[in-house]
Design a protein around this ligand. Structure first.
Ligand SMILES: Cc1cc2nc3c(=O)[nH]c(=O)nc-3n(C[C@H](O)[C@H](O)[C@H](O)COP(=O)(O)O)c2cc1C
Length: 333
């Protein structure tokens, strides 16, 4: 029989242990959750680390005595927000007691409801997969359902009980995985590829919302165009004359025969109405019915909400500039 395996008692003081641990430099996170009763929970944690790539797992540990233990141990989801170099004050605030940690903190609700803090360099939205009590802490293993990162942003660093706000690399080099214009790689730096990937990222979640309304992607685009046409200046929605099929095909990026068939089907489903153009009886004009308008309005609200989440890490002026560039590109200017 092999001898019982047991650790030897420590030959160092708790202080020595702390100081030795402090030699391990880390980033700083704020782990957040929204409890079932709707309250916000969040604390500063540097115990975050990666566990597995497939499936994507991360861990962090929480003191058993922590006030937020119930919120995290009972909840199904939480978000790990990796702080940026300019967020030291936030790290201090979310480690402090007897303060309102959330006062004036800008965040958006993540995919599963956990708050995503504005200005962070990365976020990991986790399913609360497992918990292990070890010593005076509980190790939380989270299965990452969504993750984002901000390119060219410096993380806040922590080591030896101090924060470091200056990244050793220049800001522009702080994202080691971002393809550099001169490194010769094509995939990942080519505009067409990037736009395709970005389009995929934007529509990945929204696709479900479209399907939930019983619509196809192209039918959604038709309703969105009709929604905007109804808002044309000077024309109250009810008096919109409608959009000609040729124009609709142009606006939804589809061929005219495809759109002709589609709007006939949508008319049978009660989503659109077809009228002959009074100025030219051979032309068909399309308008959204109240049912179509309601479907469009619901989806537009969801699209706006999702857009806010996607752009949350950027400043308002960065987001606006990005959209302006895309508009220019789209219009061929
Ligand atoms: C840089 C830094 C890192 C921290 N990391 C952790 C951690 O990983 N786990 C933990 O339980 N507490 C950690 N703390 C302490 C908590 O943030 C602090 O105890 C907080 O008040 C706990 O909040 P709560 O009691 O509301 O749960 C850290 C504090 C700082 C400043």
């Amino acid at each position: 029989m092999s001898p019982a395996r047991k650790a030897l008692p420590p030959d160092f003081s708790p202080r020595d242990f702390r100081v030795a641990l402090g030699m391990f430099a880390t980033g700083v996170t704020i782990v957040t959750a929204r409890t079932a009763s709707g309250e916000l929970a969040g604390l500063t944690a540097s115990s975050f680390n990666s566990v597995s790539l497939d499936p994507p797992l991360v861990l962090w540990s929480l003191a058993r005595a922590a006030g937020s233990m119930a919120a995290f141990s009972n909840g199904q989801h939480y978000a790990i927000n990796v702080l940026a170099a300019d967020q030291q004050a936030l790290a201090e605030r979310f480690a402090a007691r007897d303060v309102d940690r959330w006062q004036g903190v800008e965040f958006v609700e993540g995919f599963s409801g956990a708050p995503l803090l504005k200005g962070c360099v990365a976020s990991f939205e986790c399913f609360n997969r497992s918990q292990y009590t070890e010593g005076d802490h509980v190790i939380f293993v989270g299965e990452v359902e969504r993750c984002t990162r901000r390119a060219h942003a410096s993380p806040l660093l922590y080591h030896g009980g101090r924060f470091y706000t200056e990244h050793p690399l220049q800001d522009s080099q702080a994202d080691p995985t971002a393809p550099q214009p001169t490194d010769g790689r094509f995939v990942g730096s080519y505009l067409g590829y990037l736009l395709g990937q970005a389009n995929h990222a934007v529509y990945r979640d929204f696709e479900n919302a479209i399907t939930a309304q019983g619509l196809t992607h192209i039918a959604w685009r038709v309703l969105a165009v009709l929604h905007d046409a109804a808002l044309a200046p000077g024309e109250p929605a009810t008096q919109s004359p409608g959009v000609a099929i040729g124009q609709l095909a142009h606006d939804v990026l589809a061929k005219q025969p495809t759109v002709t068939k589609l709007v006939q089907r949508m008319a049978e489903e009660g989503l659109v109405a077809l009228h002959a153009d009074p100025a030219d009886q051979r032309r068909t004009l399309v308008t959204a019915t109240p049912t179509g308008q309601a479907a469009a309005s619901a989806l537009i609200a969801q699209a706006r909400q999702q857009e806010t989440t996607l752009l949350a890490r950027w400043s308002a002026s960065e987001a606006e500039a990005f959209k302006r560039h895309l508009q220019k590109l789209a219009s061929g200017q």
